[in-house]
Every structure is written in C-alpha cells, then in structure tokens.
Ligand binder design. Structure first.
Ligand code: TXA
Ligand code: MG
Length: 330
C-alpha cells in the first residue's frame, strides 16, 4: 500500500491547512484539492498536473449556503439549480466575489462552484471549513481518475495524501452551467442530465457561452491509444478498416451494439452496460484498462445522447479529438 493513501479525513484537512495537496473522491471523479484561498497551494495544483495557469479551477464547497460567499449576486436561476442539484454533480459558473484569487479563476471575472455529494468529500470540506480548489486528479491531458489507484498511478507521491473512497459513483465529471450571463448556458455535459436541468429552469438551456472554457477544448480526455468514435452502425466497418494494416484494435461499445457484430479475428472486445448511467460509471476505467493492454486503436461506439449518454458521447468525442499540445487539457 502506498504511504500517502489512507482514510484519515482530519489528517487530510490538516494537510490542506498547511498548503498541501489532497486527492479526494467525489461522486464524479477524484479531485486534486488545495486551499482555494492560498496562492501558493493553488500554484502547486498547476505544477503537479502540468496544467497551464490560465485554465480555471472549480472551488468545492461543503454546502449551498456558501454560494453567496463566493458568487456575486447569483440570481434566481443559480439559486434554483443549487437548491435542486447540490450536493451533486453540477458546477455553476458565477460572477466571482472580489476575494476569489486570480490563481483560481485564471484571471476570469467568474468562478466555478460545486458542492459535491460524496461522503468523503463532504467530510473533508466540513473538516477544512472553507473552499477547496480542485481539478480532476490526473496529469494534464490524461483520462480523469475514478479510483484511488488511478490517482496514484498518475500522480504517485506528488500528491501529499490520497483519500480512499472506493470507485466514484457517476464516473464522468460534473455538468457545467454558466449562470454569469443573461441566460444559463451548458458548457460541459456531465453527471446531471440536461433534461433534468431544463426541467428545473422551465426552459431550454443555451449551449456554450461567451465565457471561454479552455479546458473544454478537444482532446481533454485522451488515453494513449488512438480513439475513433463512431455511431454503432459503423462499428464493424470502422474496426475492419483500423485492423487492415495490422494495428492492434479494441472495440468499446454497449453490449447491445456488440450483440450482432461480426469483427475481424484478434480484436479485443470490451462491453459497456447499455444503461447510460452505468456506462458513464465504467467509462474511464475501461479506457484506462484498454490503454494498459497497449492496444494501438480503440474504436468506441457513441451512445444515444439522452440523459448521461450526452456526457459519455462528449468524452468519447474529445478522446477521439486532435492531439495538439496546445489544446490538450486536463
Ligand atoms: O466533476 C468535476 O467537475 C471534477 C470534480 C473533481 O469536481 N472536476 C473537474 O475539474 O472536472 P477540471 O478542472 O478537470 O475541469 C473543470 C472545467 C475546466 O474545463 C475549466 O476550464 C472549467 O471547468 N471552468 C472552471 N472554472 C471556470 C470558469 N470560471 N469559467 C469557465 N470555465 C471554468
Ligand atoms: Mg479535468
């Protein structure tokens, strides 16, 4: 067992207070947490992740009551969304209060806020008593970690302490909604479905926003293997084409899409559950496991985009996106 892995929440809160880094399980993915009010602690997040300083961090709060301490005049939509989905996998981008560090927001006039529901994250936030800045606990450009073992594989002892908490329930990152402008806008599909958010708002969500979200550019969730994302009807032909030059190929698809598929010999087949939430839960571990086999190409089936299917399809498209260093974000 790794020397920096454990379940001691009081110890973890002490590390945060002294400017250290704690990896914490949330219901979405593991976060790499630091005291959001300490420039030096926040700087260590960027150093350890290898992430450019301009990419803003989400501040995690214990309770929706803390919204007003970090957001300037949040407004009715923000309050309704916080009441409906916090604690839970929703991040709100709000106009920031003056005390919020430029180190956290990348100099933006807004701040990302989230109240996670995972009991270990909740316990840490309550023990620490203030905002914890945390991106996903992976190196820049890698797939987000959904177990403590994934965190240790990526970051090793560069993180002072890793709180164990089992496998993350949701398995993909939070939904990001920008409520800083005139109308709420969806910046990243995630653990709360767009349908559920629209039901609370009583109207359709705009897509994207004038606020730049650098971390939502292509190739954010890339394994080492080349990923090709296609609709289920193109799986067989795409796999055959990828394998035709002798490349090692794996197919990652919902079980139903695999049922009647004829594939070339030697292709590794990994079935995901058909249910979108179960698919999201296992997605990153499946990508990591496949990557560990050293396969050259992963042909992934894009699921139906209802509910959490939208987040799964979004992450697969990003994993299949261009691998240019300048837009590789994690
Ligand atoms: O589920 C999650 O959201 C996880 C857990 C740990 O909470 N966190 C996470 O953080 O995914 P990260 O840093 O890997 O992704 C956060 C995204 C980035 O794309 C970042 O650009 C965007 O949120 N973001 C944060 N603050 C923002 C802001 N003020 N304006 C626009 N985008 C922002
Ligand atoms: Mg990330």
């Amino acid at each position: 067992m790794s020397p920096n892995l454990g379940t001691d929440v009081a110890h973890a809160a002490g590390i945060l207070r002294s400017g250290g880094l704690v990896a914490v399980p949330t219901e979405t993915v593991f976060g790499l947490g630091a005291d959001a009010s300490s420039p030096a602690a926040v700087a260590r997040i960027f150093a350890v992740k290898g992430r450019p300083r301009v990419h803003p961090l989400i501040v995690h709060l214990a309770d929706a009551d803390h919204l007003d301490a970090w957001a300037e005049a949040p407004g009715n939509a923000a309050r309704a969304l916080a009441a409906a989905f916090w604690p839970g996998p929703l991040t709100l981008i709000a106009r920031r209060k003056a005390h919020v560090l430029d180190d956290v927001t990348g100099g933006a006039a807004t701040v990302g806020l989230r109240v996670p529901s995972h009991p270990v994250a909740q316990a840490l936030l309550r023990a620490f008593g203030d905002g914890v800045a945390a991106p996903s606990a992976n190196r820049f450009g890698a797939v987000s970690p959904t177990t403590a073992a994934h965190v240790l594989a990526d970051l090793g002892t560069d993180v002072d302490y890793v709180l164990d908490g089992g496998a993350c329930d949701v398995g993909v990152e939070s939904t990001i909604v920008d409520i800083s402008g005139a109308a709420p806008a969806l910046l990243r599909p995630g653990g709360v479905s767009r349908e559920a958010i629209e039901a609370v708002l009583g109207h359709a969500l705009a897509i994207g926003s004038s606020t730049p979200a650098p971390g939502t550019l292509p190739s954010h969730y890339a394994p080492h293997a080349r990923v090709v994302a296609v609709t289920a009807d193109k799986l067989a032909a795409t796999t055959a084409a990828a394998a035709s030059d002798g490349s090692t190929v794996a197919v990652l698809a919902p079980a139903a899409a695999l049922a009647s598929l004829t594939l070339p010999p030697g292709v590794t087949v990994v079935a995901l559950p058909d249910d979108a939430a179960a698919m999201a839960h296992g997605l990153y571990a499946a990508l990591r496991d496949l990557d560990a086999t050293g396969v050259a190409v992963i042909v992934a089936a894009l699921p139906d985009e209802a509910g959490l299917g939208a987040a799964v399809a979004d992450r697969l498209r990003r994993a299949a996106g261009p691998r240019r260093d300048e837009d590789d974000h994690g």
